[in-house]
Ligand binder design. Structure first.
Ligand code: SF4
Ligand code: SF4
Length: 302
C-alpha cells in the first residue's frame, strides 16, 4: 500500500476542563501542556505545501478551547479559498464564548463536533463537570451567530455509546437531529482499544460496519501532540507509537522517515509484538461509523 498523508490531527493541548470516566486525560502519564504558537504556525505552513492533505483536526486529546491562543490559531489558518482541506474542531462545548464562536464562523471551519453523551443529567453523569443546559445554550447561540453569515461551521453531536439503552439512544438522535447537521454515534473502546457495546449501535450502522485485515491509519494519518511528537493514529493518546518530532524534522520527513516506515512494515507483515498497543486494537481495522462517512460524503468540498 502506498503511504499518502491525507489527514492530520493537531493537539492544541491535552488539558481538559472535564473529568469524563471514559477518558485517559486524568490517568495519562503524558505531561500536560499547550502547543507553542510558533510550532503551530510551522505545522500549518507545511500542511499548505502538502497537496494530498484533505482534512485537518484541531484537536486530539484534551479540550482545544483551553489553549489561550486558540482564536489566533483559527485566525492563522489560510483563508477558506486558499486551503484545500477541511478543518474540524471537537469540543465539550462548555467554554464556547462569542469570541470563539465568531472566530469559528469567520474562518469557515468546516465542522464543529460537540461531545454529548445523553440528555440532561445522563450527559452530566458521563461528562463529569459538564452542564447540559450550558451546552444547549451555547449551541443555540452558535446558530444565532451563524445566521446571516455563512453555514460554517457545520455542526455535529457525537455520542459515545456506553451504557445507554436503545430507547435512550433513539430519543437522543431524535432530539438532536433537528438541531445540528449530523448526529454521530461512536462505539466505546476499552483501554486495550477493543471496541465495546457494538450491539447497542443502531442497526443501520451495524450494516455499514466492515473489518479490514490491517489498520490503515499509518498510511494516511498523522497525529501531532502538543510538543510536536508525531503518532501514526489518533487512538494511542498515551503516545506509545511516537514516529518522530515535527518541530525538529517537519511533517513529511517524519511521515517518510525510518520509524514511520518500520511501523508500517510491522503492520504489513503482521509482526506486532504481544504487548504492543496495536496488538489488540480494533479501532483501525473496524469501520463502523456509517453515519459519519455518510455525513462527510454529503459535505465534501466542491
Ligand atoms: S471532554 Fe473529552 S478530553 Fe475532556 S475529559 Fe471528557 S473525553 Fe476527555
Ligand atoms: S492498530 Fe490501533 S493503536 Fe495501532 S496504529 Fe492502528 S489505530 Fe493506532
Amino acid at each position: 500500500m502506498k503511504a499518502e498523508l491525507t489527514s492530520v490531527g493537531i493537539e492544541p493541548t491535552n488539558a481538559c476542563n472535564l473529568r469524563c470516566p471514559i477518558c485517559n486525560t486524568r490517568t495519562s502519564k503524558r505531561p500536560t501542556g499547550f502547543m507553542d504558537f510558533n510550532l503551530y504556525k510551522q505545522i500549518i505552513d507545511e500542511i499548505q505545501e502538502i497537496p494530498t492533505v484533505t482534512g485537518i483536526a484541531l484537536y486530539l486529546g484534551g479540550e482545544p478551547f483551553l489553549h489561550p491562543q486558540f482564536i489566533e490559531m483559527l485566525n492563522y489558518l489560510p483563508k477558506y479559498e486558499e486551503r484545500k482541506y477541511n478543518v474540524m474542531v471537537s469540543t465539550n462545548a462548555m467554554l464556547m464564548n462569542d469570541d470563539i464562536m465568531i472566530a469559528l464562523i469567520k474562518n469557515q471551519i468546516t465542522r464543529l463536533h460537540v461531545s454529548l453523551d445523553g440528555i440532561g443529567k445522563r450527559h452530566e453523569e458521563k461528562r463529569v463537570g459538564s452542564n447540559y443546559d450550558t451546552v444547549v445554550k451555547n449551541m443555540r447561540r452558535l446558530t444565532e451567530l451563524k445566521n446571516g453569515r455563512n453555514h460554517y461551521p457545520g455542526t455535529t453531536v457525537n455520542m459515545v455509546i456506553s451504557d445507554q439503552e436503545h430507547d435512550e439512544i433513539d430519543e437522543f438522535v431524535n432530539t438532536w437531529i433537528h438541531r445540528v447537521n449530523f448526529v454521530i454515534l461512536d462505539a466505546l473502546h476499552d483501554n486495550k482499544l477493543k471496541l465495546k457495546n457494538l450491539d447497542l449501535l443502531p442497526q443501520r450502522m451495524i450494516k455499514e460496519q466492515h473489518r479490514t485485515d490491517m489498520c490503515n491509519y499509518p498510511w494516511c494519518y498523522m497525529g501531532i501532540l502538543w510538543n510536536g511528537d508525531a503518532m501514526p493514529c489518533c487512538c494511542d493518546l498515551e503516545g506509545h507509537n511516537i514516529i518522530g518530532n515535527v518541530g525538529e524534522n517537519g511533517i513529511m520527513e517524519v511521515f517518510n522517515g525510518k520509524k514511520a516506515t518500520r511501523f508500517r512494515k510491522m503492520h504489513e507483515t503482521n509482526k506486532i509484538p504481544t504487548k504492543h498497543v496495536c496488538k489488540d486494537c480494533e479501532i483501525g481495522r473496524q469501520i463502523l461509523n456509517g453515519i459519519l462517512s455518510e455525513a462527510f460524503a454529503k459535505e465534501e468540498r466542491k
